[in-house]
Design a protein around this ligand. Structure first.
Ligand code: NDP
Length: 241
């Protein structure tokens, strides 16, 4: 990828692309003709996508997954760090293991895949990295000290990478979705759901495809001069942040 060629056919890797938002992102890249690989943790790959087994908390597994993707599609040119978990509870009840487990998957996981991907991006002097953060990373959320910290961390990570690698034609941006209809939000109580919807100017959840559209834009040649940015896809929930 040289930033001027949108003929498609780039090697794209989406972590956690087997379901939810990650799957919508993977499908959006595939629809525009890119060679898309996704990671999963045992579910296998959805039809039409190349899947590699990978837990992002394990750097050996990350390295092996990249090696497999590179053999199939060539070096990763577009990385989407999407894999993530929640483990919500109020601070008073949150133990250290709960905090570090979420940080390890969401933030250190993003670091592991970034580090492995940038090795070849630096050689190619081109690359696009998109982090799937959350509106909660900037606004905070009761019961989500661990999750919000991990998502806020992605902003500092993307901005530091932008400063380090900007001159090599590598961009690093953050997409901050609001509430999206997936398995993750399926677990919310009816009361919490009503509360959330009352505070979203758009008055509805996002569809995963609406998040995917922001990601494919940031990875497109049209976004070549955008780096270190946080693009909210939140129906107005986080306005001003
Ligand atoms: P889902 O719970 O539907 O999917 C989570 C994905 O992450 C799955 O593919 C899962 O893999 C993968 N994953 C989790 N832990 C690991 C790990 N250790 N290693 C590798 N893969 C892992 O979530 P969503 O699709 O809703 O969320 C995707 C991203 O978007 C997350 O980062 C989330 O924080 C973020 N987000 C979601 C919002 C929402 O409202 N849904 C709002 C804002 C941000 P597996 O199938 O193996 O479990």
């Amino acid at each position: 990828m040289d930033g001027s060629n949108n003929s498609g056919g780039r090697s794209v890797l989406v972590t956690g692309g087997n379901r939810g938002i990650g799957l919508a992102i993977a499908r959006a890249f595939a629809a525009q003709g890119d060679r898309v690989a996704i990671t999963h943790r045992g579910s296998g790959a959805p039809e039409g996508l190349f899947g590699v087994k990978c837990d992002v908390t394990d750097s050996t597994a990350v390295d092996a997954a990249f090696t497999e993707v590179e053999a199939e599609h060539g070096p990763v040119e577009v990385l989407v760090a999407n894999a993530g978990i929640t483990d919500d509870t109020l601070l008073m009840r949150m133990d250290e293991e709960q905090f570090t487990r979420v940080l390890d998957a969401n933030l250190t996981g993003a670091f592991r895949v970034t580090k492995r991907a940038t090795r070849n991006m630096l050689r190619a002097r081109a690359g696009r990295i998109v982090y799937i953060s959350s509106v909660v990373g900037l606004m905070g959320s009761p019961g989500q000290v661990n999750y919000a910290a991990s998502k806020a961390g992605m902003v500092g990570m993307a901005r530091s990478i932008s400063r380090e690698l900007g001159s090599r034609n590598i961009t690093a941006n953050v997409v901050a979705p609001g509430f999206v209809a997936t398995d993750m939000t399926e677990t919310l109580t009816e009361d919490r759901r009503k509360q959330i919807l009352a505070s979203v100017p758009a008055g509805r959840y996002a569809q995963p495809e609406e998040v995917a559209a922001a990601v494919t834009f940031l990875a497109s040649p049209a976004a070549g001069y955008i780096t270190g940015a946080v693009l909210p896809v939140d129906g107005g929930l986080g306005m001003g942040h």
